[in-house]
Design a protein around this ligand. Structure first.
Ligand code: ATP
Length: 190
């Protein structure tokens, strides 16, 4: 299987004296889901910042395939003055969106709404729809289902699990049950 993310021996800290990562390695293959868990402040979001290239490791390297991401707060992922559809069209061809729309319990009308007219859960589904339509090799999920209730959380994660097709998923979550249910491996940061 293809490796879609390769993190080798990275070290990183925001200050010189406190290293959040010291020789940390992780690799992810297409078709795999790994969950990143650990207490608040341990560095889970920082790991994503490093993968996204917003931060540079002090040593070691990160190689990543094409990725898309879903963050905890869907309202910060969409521009407030353009419709959801306009923003999805900006980054994807929207090919095959109708089937996903139905599977995700979304309506066409949601796509033609401005983001703030939708509930947090509805907009988060749109954010996941956009991420999947981008057909990434690597999907980065940072607490993606925290805006959804328990039943919807499982439905949405099941949809992602069932549509892995050549994609690897890295999931940050505080939800141990969700991690245990969907992940091939749980990586605990400490
Ligand atoms: N821009 C920054 N400058 C300095 N320190 C930072 C910065 N961003 C985060 N930190 C610190 O780095 C540590 C890790 O933060 P990070 O957000 O990665 O943790 P986390 O595990 O994602 O936490 P949570 O579960 O609460 O979201 C924290 O101690 C945080 O205060």
């Amino acid at each position: 299987m293809n490796t879609v993310l390769d993190i080798e021996n990275i070290s990183f800290g925001y200050t010189k004296d406190i290293l959040l990562f010291d020789n940390f390695s992780l690799s992810l293959k297409a078709g795999e889901i790994k969950a990143i868990v650990g207490p608040s402040g341990v560095g889970k979001s920082t790991l994503f910042e490093l993968i996204l290239g917003h931060r540079k490791p002090l040593s070691g390297f990160i190689r990543s395939s094409s990725f898309s991401q879903v963050f905890q707060d869907p309202y910060s992922s969409f521009h407030p003055t353009y419709t959801v559809r306009e923003q999805i069209k900006e980054v994807t061809s929207m090919e095959g969106y109708e089937l996903l729309l139905e599977k995700m319990g979304l309506e066409e009308a949601f796509l033609d709404s401005l983001p703030h007219k939708l509930s947090g859960g509805q907009l988060q589904r749109c954010s996941i729809l956009r991420a999947l339509l981008m057909k990434p090799k690597l999907l980065l999920l940072d607490e993606p289902t925290s805006a959804l209730d328990n039943l919807n959380q499982l439905d949405i994660m099941k949809l992602i699990v069932d549509n892995l097709e050549g994609m690897g998923v890295l999931l940050i979550t505080h939800d141990g049950d969700l991690a245990a249910w969907c992940a091939d491996e749980i990586v605990t940061l400490s």
